[in-house]
Every structure is written in C-alpha cells, then in structure tokens.
Design a protein. Structure first.
Length: 182
C-alpha cells in the first residue's frame, strides 16, 4: 500500500497535460458556460474500496454555450464536482499541478469534461479549460490557467497566442464552434 501511495504521489506531481486548442476543448466538453461560483462544499466519493475527497462548486450560469443546466425561477444553475478539499482551496494549493481551484464570487468561463463513473469531473485540459473573466462590460477579457498559450494552435482564427483575449471575440469564436449559444 505504501508503494502504491508513493508512486501515485510522484505521478501526481509529474503530471503533464496534453495541449488542446479552443476548438478541441469545446468539442470534447460536456458543458461550456460562463458563471459565478455561489457555493462550495466538500464531500467524499467511494472508489476502489476507499474514499476520494471532492469539492462541489454550485455555479449560477449567466451564459451557456453547450450542455444542460438546472433552471430555478428563471435562473440557470449547475454543479461541478472535482477532486479536492476545502483545505486545499483555502491554502491555494492542489495536489495535482495545473488543477483549477474556483473561488466563491468569481466569474469564470468553464469548459467541463464529461464526468467519470464516480461523478468527478474537471475542466478540459485542467487549467486550459478554466478562464477567469475580468474587466467591465466594455472591456472584458478572459485568461485561462495556461495564460492562453497554445489556445489557437492549428486554428484559422487570427488570434494572437498567449495573454488575455477579448471576451467578445472569444465568446463569438466559441459560439461559432458549437453552432450557436443556447
């Protein structure tokens, strides 16, 4: 058991994530949306005879591009359950490099992978599919956990690699990729 833990721990720290461009992330995502985290809770998932810590983010969806969402009194909501603990979130560190940690009250563009058999999911390409949105309505920008590096590789879009991108341009490109916002 100790050997398995040691191998697992070193594998977590040595994880490498395949670079995906925006089109690939949108295509393989189950849900693509903009939303604000309104609540965070911790739970445990049963797997392989043990327990895995999980954090569930309750998110109010302000704009959806792909996927299904719960509707309550005309507002859309979704939950995203990922590996993690509230202690990791509070400490600002995660046992897996590049794994996103969302903050209550923050607005994000999230490209969510399909959930696995125990209900855990992640953003596509870990930090690549988690964009922080900042600025006011006239000059909103989006920046992912990879600094938007490689996000347009192989795409015919004319966007510059790296650095924040205009939210209006990015939103239009996502809409084009999914065939229209929902």
């Amino acid at each position: 058991a100790m050997a398995i833990c040691a191998v697992s721990a070193s594998a977590l720290h040595a994880s490498a994530v395949a670079q995906m461009n925006l089109e690939q992330m949108v295509t393989f995502s189950e849900r693509v949306f903009v939303g604000t985290v309104i609540d965070v809770t911790e739970s445990r998932k049963q797997a392989g005879g043990g327990e895995i810590p999980a954090v569930t983010y309750r998110i109010k969806v302000s704009e959806s591009f792909k996927g299904d969402y719960e509707e309550i009194k005309g507002e859309r909501y979704t939950e995203v359950t990922m590996l993690g603990t509230l202690k990791n979130l509070a400490d600002g560190r995660h046992p897996i490099a590049e794994f996103p940690m969302l903050r209550t009250g923050e607005e994000y563009l999230l490209l969510i992978a399909p959930a696995g058999p125990i209900g855990l999911t992640a953003t596509m390409g870990l930090g690549q599919g988690c964009f922080t949105i900042t600025g006011d309505e006239s000059d909103k920008v989006a920046l992912n956990g990879a600094g938007n590096d490689g996000m347009f590789t192989g795409m015919q879009d004319g966007f510059a690699e790296g650095g924040p991108n205009s939210w209006g341009d990015l939103s239009s490109l996502i809409t084009d990729n999914v065939g229209g916002a929902e």
